[in-house]
Design a protein around this ligand. Sequence first.
Ligand code: KIV
Ligand code: NA
Length: 264
Amino acid sequence: MAVTINTLREFKQKGKAFAALTSYDATFSQVVSEAGVHVILIGDSLGMVLQGHDSTLPVTMDQMVYHVSCVAKGNRGSLIMADMPFMSYGTVEAALENAAELMRAGAHMVKLEGTDWMKDTIAALSERGVPVCAHLGLTPQFVNKFGGYKVQGRDEKAAEMMIEHACELESAGADLILLECVPAPLAARISQAVRAPVIGIGAGSDTDGQVLVLHDMLGITTGRKPRFVKNFLAETHSVQEAIEAYVNAVGERTFPAEEHTFKA
Ligand code: KIV
Ligand code: NA
């Protein structure tokens, strides 16, 4: 049966963890989906992983639409989430138009990076039938404002602000929250504070779901390997087995382990 946002809500209610993974093409999308991954993310990480840029900023709407349509063809029942690329949701009007394009290409929901300024945008999308995931913490589209890729929410003031933003964005209509590179105790607090399922990456094992970049979990990270990455192919014999091992480890909450987690 196809995964919907209701499936993910049920997982959260039952305390079961769900698995998400990026894919950018039809073949991997089918393999990932058949391995039992609940959510496929067409991440704008493709700007780095596929295109070789040093950030996600150069990714365009046309490129996202192309990859979403490829992934949709290979999908076998996972929930398809598409990133809205840099500045494609700079105004509410642009967000509506661009989200519609991604939905027409086969996305079931869109993901936006930001804080409380996104309230009106999320409300407008949600009211018009577009489910939204709000991405908080280390939001890579903000790399130039952050001055690098750094763990977010480390001091108590920043932590409380992030909790407040997560609650406000849920109230605005966000159906999922994604937390990237935040201390595990903060991710746990946010997961308890909101009813929406929370997906973590570098956010510890107490979120409702986990996500990784496909290439990273297959051990083909180029450049510096982030702390939260685990190579699942190293312990298995095929790409299929590696992805199944990831789904199982997330379900059993054996991944992420201490060594993949930021404590404070
Ligand atoms: O673009 C991406 O792959 C992402 C994940 C890292 C969450 O946004
Ligand atoms: Na992204």
